[in-house]
Write a new protein. Structure first.
Length: 260
């Protein structure tokens, strides 16, 4: 089954990246990351801060894009729900490693705790990273989420955040635009491709071809893909600064073969 992911990534205008989270004073809600998803309740219209031990970005379910405002500064994540939603899994990924934290976010109109949530990793955790303590994957081959985040960093992150993935190398790709989005409302142009671990990784540009804003659906990207991820889920009208975004595709064959 194709997995659909919508990412809030390094190039999102509301996200800033730095070195470390700020010190938090006063009453806090301390949580220990031990592999069990951390449940966080939000009150609609009230911002809540979540502090991680390392700089992170979030992988957000596409159904939350219009319900949840997210701002990230270093390891500080500021969450504000605009409407109620049921418990939804969100992945927080460490920027400098493959470390992951799992959150179960839920929003309601009733009052809940507003205290900042401090996420910590036990000092005796065998999976602690050398730098700051994010849990690091021990899987030899990187997973789809890690590879998608890596593609985004290769395109948009500053040089200091770019790190090679062993066994993954860039390969040539024809950048000629293709009819790659069903409905004809979006133009598709390949940007760059890589190959490694039996997979092909492709970043493509999606550009709105209409005078109206378009809500993107990854399932409308033509082809046979293991995963399809969007940098942004909405395109502005053609000719506007927001009329294009990037899609990240993972497949077992080259882009041209997967598109057939």
């Amino acid at each position: 089954m194709t997995r659909l992911l919508v990412f809030l990534l390094l190039c999102a205008p509301s996200i800033g990246i730095g070195a470390a989270p700020d010190v938090v004073t006063g009453d806090v809600d301390r949580r220990i990351w031990n592999g069990t998803p951390i449940a966080i309740d939000l009150q609609v219209g009230v911002e809540r801060r979540v502090v991680f031990p390392v700089p992170v970005h979030l992988d957000i379910d596409r159904q939350l894009i219009n319900k949840l405002r997210v701002q990230i500064v270093d390891g500080n994540v500021y969450l504000k729900a605009s409407e109620a939603f049921a418990s939804t899994r969100v992945i927080a990924g460490a920027i400098d490693t493959d470390g992951l934290f799992l959150l179960d976010l839920r929003a309601a109109s009733t009052a809940v705790s507003k205290e900042p949530v401090i996420v910590a990793v036990p000092s005796n955790s065998p999976a602690r990273s050398e730098a700051d303590g994010a849990v690091v994957s021990t899987t030899p081959a990187p997973g789809y989420v890690s590879l998608t985040r890596w593609m985004a960093r290769e395109l948009y992150a500053p040089d200091r955040l770019r790190t090679p993935v062993p066994g993954v190398a860039r390969v040539p790709i024809d950048r000629t635009p293709v009819p790659g989005y069903r409905g004809g409302t979006v133009d598709v142009s390949p940007i760059v491709a890589w190959r490694g671990h039996g997979l092909y990784l492709t970043a493509v540009q999606l550009r709105n071809a209409t005078p109206e804003a378009v809500e993107l659906d990854p399932r409308l990207i033509r082809g046979r893909w293991l995963t399809r991820a969007l940098q942004h889920a909405r395109l502005g009208p053609a000719g506007s600064p927001q009329d294009s975004t990037t899609a990240y595709l993972i497949s077992t064959a080259s882009f041209s073969e997967s598109l057939r």
